[in-house]
Design a protein around this ligand. Structure first.
Ligand SMILES: Nc1ncnc2c1ncn2[C@@H]1O[C@H](COP(=O)(O)OP(=O)(O)OP(=O)(O)O)[C@@H](O)[C@H]1O
Ligand SMILES: [Mg+2]
Length: 361
């Protein structure tokens, strides 16, 4: 008994390590998982968020769509990385239509790229609980906060081309950080208060700090599991795939080489922890009244042995895995539940995308 069927979108997360596809169906009884699939990509097919091997990535995507027998051609996808900028800016209070006219001029000073090279979008923010208390009456009347999103046109065009080449319609282009927020919002995790969402993939570390439902800080940095795999490859002089297998514990390794691997793990994981700590310290310094309550992890590399414990010690915060599934019905007849549970961290962004509807921005 599907409702609003024609408005639903397929969520496609094109990561540098793999493409993830999720289809969720709204029914009278709630959300039901209809499809989930993942397909690996060769190393270097996507580098720093840019698609280097368009044909290869498109072939993989088409393959996955075919295997999953997906009929709906309307999709939501996302981009991330240095070519996406999200900033909270303060502008003189005005109507939405007026802001649409003037946003280009307002944004110029905050964007490190030529303004004609970016696509701009914005959202007028209603003040969070803490901020509202902080704001002076006078200020409240004259200014408003706006969340500015700028994405470099060449990257946007790459992703649109990929989807066209794969014979599907890109109807929503999101960013990873917001897709993550969507997945968090449908979860059973506490929503009130301030929570740091952290997704670590193969090449990208995404942070989105949510305060009472409002994103107050996002950052993408070039950290991820591929660095650890490359380091193993270099140090042991083996292929990338062999190094990946050693990293994941799927290939045994001689005892004398164990300390080398352990050293690479510790250095990599500790770099990620420092990056997260720096970001959270920045949030605390700019919003001193905010108390971050916990960190919710997702992304394949958040499963690195010891990482979550180390992050807890470094930040002095409770670290948990983000579980996006509890309010999505998963039918045992259709899915292997333990496999899905194992894949949940990697699926977070694609689940967030599959929650989008036609007409969403
Ligand atoms: N159990 C595990 N332990 C450690 N690392 C893992 C595990 N499972 C997956 N990974 C690593 O997670 C990464 C893939 O995660 P994910 O699917 O989130 O990345 P992606 O979305 O493809 O990449 P991007 O960073 O470009 O978004 C790979 O580097 C992979 O080696
Ligand atoms: Mg990713």
């Amino acid at each position: 008994m599907p409702i609003s069927k024609k408005n639903q979108l397929i969520g496609i997360d094109v990561g540098s390590h793999s493409i993830k596809i999720v289809e969720i169906q709204d029914t009278k009884k709630g959300m039901v998982l209809k499809n989930f699939g993942i397909i690996g990509l060769p190393q270097e097919a996507i580098v720093e968020g840019s698609i280097k091997e368009m044909e290869i990535v498109s072939a993989a995507l088409k393959n996955l769509l075919k295997n999953l027998k997906i009929k709906n051609k309307n999709v939501a996808t996302s981009i991330s990385g240095y070519s996406v900028i999200v900033k909270k800016i303060t502008v003189p209070k005005k109507e939405r239509a007026d802001l649409e006219q003037s946003i280009q001029g307002e944004a110029e000073q905050y964007i490190p790229f030529d303004i004609s090279d970016v696509n701009l979008d914005f959202q007028i923010l209603t003040p969070g609980k803490e901020e509202e208390e902080e704001q002076e009456e006078e200020e409240k009347e004259e200014f408003m906060d706006v969340l500015l999103v700028a994405a470099k046109k060449d990257i946007v065009e790459e992703y649109i081309s990929l989807l066209h080449l794969s014979e599907i319609n890109p109807l929503v282009l999101d960013i990873d950080a917001f897709a993550l927020q969507n997945a968090f919002e449908i979860s059973d995790h506490e929503q009130s208060g301030c929570h740091a969402l952290v997704n670590i993939g193969a090449q990208q570390l995404t942070i989105n700090v949510i305060d009472y439902g409002v994103s107050i800080f996002t950052r993408d940095s070039a950290y991820g599991g591929a660095q650890i795999t490359s380091e193993i490859q270099k140090k042991l002089n083996i292929s990338y795939q062999e190094a990946e297998n050693i990293k994941l514990g799927a290939k045994p390794i001689e005892n004398e080489k164990r300390p080398i691997i352990e050293d690479i793990f510790t250095t990599g994981v500790s770099n990620w922890c420092q990056e997260i700590k720096r970001a959270l310290d920045f949030v605390r310094s700019t919003s001193p009244n905010i108390k971050i309550e916990n960190i919710l992890l997702s992304g394949g590399s958040s499963l690195m042995p010891g990482f979550s414990k180390y992050l807890g010690l470094e930040t002095d915060l409770k670290v948990e895995m983000l579980d996006p599934f509890p309010n999505i019905e998963i039918r045992e007849k259709t899915f292997d539940i333990s496999y899905l549970k194992y894949m949940a961290p990697q699926a977070a962004v694609s689940i967030g995308l599959a929650l989008r509807y036609i007409g969403d921005k």
